[in-house]
Design a protein around this ligand. Structure first.
Ligand code: S3P
Length: 421
């Protein structure tokens, strides 16, 4: 796909529902005590994998466009393998959830997910008493056997919301769990379980959950996906004579790291929470063309903008001075090795970027043109789309359809104004 340079970008948009919250909504609603309503869920390949896997386990899910009704039920083992595609969130959250429900299962993923280790999670679940085996103890396929779980107190050594969430979902069926986070990561699971009546207490970085047999049904309108909106916010800030207003967007505190960094870089950006639904906050974001300066990202900020880091590398090419990310080792084991992917592709088109062991240093530089690959990684595809749009002559992007994993309508949003409100 050819991505041509854009002169400016003016938009007033509403994003599809947040992907992380959508996964959690279907999983939790599948066993809730009654009928849940889930509006505006993320109709992405990743979330569809969660829905299909839950259906194989007996979940009763009816979909009408991007709204769903889920009748909570007792799930049962499936003779079929639960195929989770490209979605590590599906694989990891379901692993924890099924351990907690004491349902044996086999889970597998596509060629990319099969290369992504889940060793930390598997070990932690086994400490709770789970019986799990995996290829080389870390890669899918993952096999879960029946087991009884006991109480554990776990100090997370990695900042991963997927791991934290999987442990909490397992904890629903154990004698309780206490999790201590190193740094805050997205807290959608905690907030959702609380809104469904689980015995959960959140006190700073300490989360305590007691055995919870009944969850109340959900009635949720999922806020717009802030990670998906980041690409358009970047365009409005980086291009001249541009501005963006994003409405009904998720503004959960553990997801707005990208907005806070942009502000620190000098961007003309504002946002405001307007409402809460199932403990999730949403509101609006407004941003316009700005002159930026480089910043250094601290360790505790990294989980709050983990999915936006490849995009930050693109933005860093337009900021005066240096933008530095260190200690983002998790980025190497995402849908692709995102450190190597973004550094190599930006370098090809003219960026002054240095790859570090766990991050990068990027300096102000002109993006010109070239042939790039997304490595079939949705976040790399969308970050390079922004790079192409701000480049002098445009770029040729291979594997552009990877956007389907999180945001199938991305190219419509960027290419037309038909989805503007
Ligand atoms: C996610 C958590 C993040 C993020 C992923 C979705 C989630 O992963 O990168 O896209 O929904 O919990 P980690 O927190 O495991 O790094």
């Amino acid at each position: 796909m050819y991505i041509s340079p854009m002169r400016n970008f003016v938009a007033n948009i509403i994003m599809p529902g947040d992907k992380s919250i959508s996964h959690r909504a279907f999983i939790c609603a599948s066993i809730a005590n009654g009928k849940s309503i889930i509006r505006n869920f993320s109709y992405s390949d990743d979330v569809l994998q969660t829905i299909q896997s839950l259906r194989k386990l007996g979940a009763r899910i009816d979909i009408d466009k991007d709204n769903a009704i889920v009748i909570g039920t007792k799930l049962h083992p499936s003779k079929k393998i639960l195929y989770t595609g490209n979605s590590a969130t599906t694989l990891r959250l379901l692993t924890g959830f099924l351990v907690g429900q004491n349902i044996p299962a086999s889970l597998d993923g596509d060629e990319f997910l099969r290369k992504r280790p889940s060793s930390y999670l598997i070990k932690a679940l086994c400490q709770m008493g789970a019986k799990i085996s995996a290829r080389q103890d870390k890669y899918p396929p993952v096999k879960i056997e029946q087991s009884d779980l006991h109480f554990i107190e776990h100090h997370l050594k990695i900042d991963s919301a997927q791991v934290k969430s999987a442990l909490l979902l397992a904890g629903l069926g154990s004698d309780g769990i206490i999790i201590k986070e190193k740094n805050h990561s997205r807290n959608h699971t905690e907030l959702m379980l609380k809104s469904m009546g689980a015995k959960i207490d959140i006190s700073g970085k300490i989360i305590s959950l007691g055995r919870t047999e009944l969850l109340n049904p959900l009635d949720i309108t999922i806020p717009g996906d802030i990670s998906s909106s980041a690409y358009f916010i970047a365009l409005a800030i980086l291009l001249q004579d541009s501005s963006i207003r994003v409405e009904k967007i998720g503004l959960n505190n553990t997801r707005i790291g990208f907005l806070q960094i942009l502000k620190r870089m000098g961007a003309d950006i504002q946002w405001q929470v307007q409402e809460y639904n199932c403990n999730e906050s949403y509101g609006w974001i407004y941003a316009k063309s700005s002159q930026l300066k480089g910043v250094e990202i601290s360790d505790s900020e990294i989980p709050l903008l983990i999915d936006e880091l490849p995009l930050l590398a693109v933005i860093g090419t337009q900021a005066k001075g240096e933008t530095i990310v260190r200690n983002a080792e998790q980025l190497r084991i995402k849908e692709s090795d995102r450190i190597s992917a973004i550094c190599s592709q930006l370098k090809k088109i003219g960026a002054d970027i240095i790859e570090l062991e766990h991050g990068f240093i990027v300096r102000q530089s002109n993006l010109i043109s070239g042939k790039c690959s997304s490595f079939s990684d949705h976040r790399i595809a969308m970050s390079l789309a922004v790079a192409g749009a701000i480049s002098q002559k445009g770029i040729e992007l291979q594997h552009a359809n990877a956007v389907k994993y999180s945001f199938p309508k991305f190219w419509d949003y960027i290419g037309t104004s038909s989805l503007m409100v």
